[in-house]
Design a protein around this ligand. Structure first.
Ligand SMILES: Nc1ncnc2c1ncn2[C@@H]1O[C@H](COP(=O)(O)OP(=O)(O)OP(=O)(O)O)[C@@H](O)[C@H]1O
Length: 397
């Protein structure tokens, strides 16, 4: 049994303990004292705050992680702000899960602190913030000029996120359903490698390959726009709920518009594809790649889970989309070098290449799906009521 599989079965045996016997597998996860956390954050100095979410504030800090006296690691320190039952559950779920999962595209847990009523989680620091900052809110990007992500960067980030979700669904002994896949849950390291985070609401399901179905009698959590219909309406949670949310992430990657707000507004104004595509990308995405990418996104957001692909398929298809882009760029560059050879021998930079055109692409399928999903008239009374009630429960709104 691999390390992850062993870890996850250990997680299950720990879960069987009563709530108050609850313990962390200490050997897998560093337990910091509050004094260490205070020193790392200069007593929770406001100037070190790098973000704030539903859980609480996040600080940038420096802390001694291993025995090396001289080495201080830069970390992100998330401090629980309100001690509610729900937040406690999220704290436990996140620490217990993350300390046992290992994947290059998952955020690494450094440790935790539980002392004097404080609940704190320490992660690797991700200097490039979240994918959502780059796509939807560049004013959040600190310490550097915000720059739009190129199409190839966006594809590589999408592939990385797909790999991490595929690992959660199929690479551990028991399925892990993330439940909170969205652009703000994707952190970016110094090389823009994506790291999926926000595991507080993740659910452990039955063994992999068993078509996990968790019927939740408890509240529906998530963010409007990303919630799969069967989960939002009937509380039915499967791997395919994450596939749906990931499809919405792909739409945001292509459009640089929020699915919970701006895409809805575009549909209300009667705007459709290709006008909805991020203007920065217009003409830079190779037609075959665009077709492939839209096909994957559309299949991910189909109405029923059975119609959606697995994350394994999504990952492979996205890798194929990247290959299509790279070979189209190479062919175009060769052609353009050929025509300009008599005047210049220097290779053309990508931004000097002529734009791709999209005359032969049909956007009808993606428009139909998006317009049906977001037009006010197409909401049934039940769905609208359900989504309204979710809105009141949704911690992200
Ligand atoms: N490991 C990290 N490295 C760098 N910045 C981080 C890290 N974790 C979180 N942040 C920053 O802190 C912000 C808040 O993160 P957090 O996960 O608490 O909330 P969120 O995902 O934005 O919101 P919510 O979980 O409520 O939907 C993020 O948007 C990001 O800017």
């Amino acid at each position: 049994m691999g390390r992850s599989a062993q870890s996850v079965s250990r997680f299950f045996s720990l879960r069987k303990k009563k709530q108050n016997d609850w313990a962390f597998p200490e050997e897998l996860c560093r337990h910091f004292t509050l004094a260490e956390i205070r020193a790392a954050t200069q007593c929770f100095d406001r100037t070190l705050v790098i973000g704030e979410g539903g859980f609480g504030r996040v600080y940038k800090g420096r802390i001694k992680v291993d025995g090396d006296e001289d080495r201080m690691d830069v970390v992100a320190i998330k401090r629980l702000s309100r001690d509610s039952e729900q937040r406690m559950r999220e704290f436990r779920a996140e620490v217990q899960l993350l300390c046992q999962l290992r994947h290059p595209n998952l955020i690494s847990l450094v440790g935790f602190c539980q002392e004097n009523g404080e609940r704190i989680i320490v992660y690797d620091y991700m200097p490039n913030g979240t994918l959502s900052d780059y796509l939807l809110d560049p004013s959040n990007i600190k310490n550097k000029d915000p720059f739009p992500l190129t199409w190839k960067q966006r594809l590589k980030i999408s592939i990385g996120v797909a790999r991490s979700i595929h690992y959660l669904h199929a690479g551990v002994k028991h399925v892990v359903i993330h439940r909170y896949v969205k652009c703000s849950s994707v952190l970016l390291d110094q090389n823009l490698v994506p790291k999926l985070s926000d595991f507080g609401m993740s659910k452990m399901g039955p063994p992999v390959l068993s078509n996990a179905l968790i019927k939740l009698s408890s509240r529906v959590f998530g963010t409007i726009g990303y919630l799969a219909p069967e989960y939002a309406l009937f509380g039915q949670l499967t791997e395919k709920s994450d596939v749906f949310s990931f499809g919405m992430v792909l739409l945001e990657v292509l459009c640089a518009k929020s699915v919970s707000r701006e895409i809805f507004e575009c549909v209300e104004r009667g705007e459709t594809f290709p006008a909805m595509i991020d203007p920065f990308l217009m003409g830079k995405v190779a037609p075959d790649c665009l077709r492939k990418f839209m096909n994957i996104a559309v299949r991910c957001v189909r109405r029923t889970g059975a119609e959606r692909p697995t994350m394994g398929e999504v990952q492979v298809e996205l890798e194929c989309a990247l290959e299509l882009q790279e070979s189209a760029d190479a062919v175009k560059q060769l052609k353009e070098l050929g025509t300009s050879a008599s005047t210049s021998l220097a290779p053309l930079p990508a931004h000097d290449m002529e734009d791709y055109t999209y005359q032969n692409i049909s956007f009808s399928e993606i428009n139909e799906i998006i317009c049906n999903r977001y037009s006010r008239d197409s909401f049934s009374t039940d769905e609208a009521a359900s989504v309204d009630s979710i809105a009141s429960l949704d911690r992200a709104l």
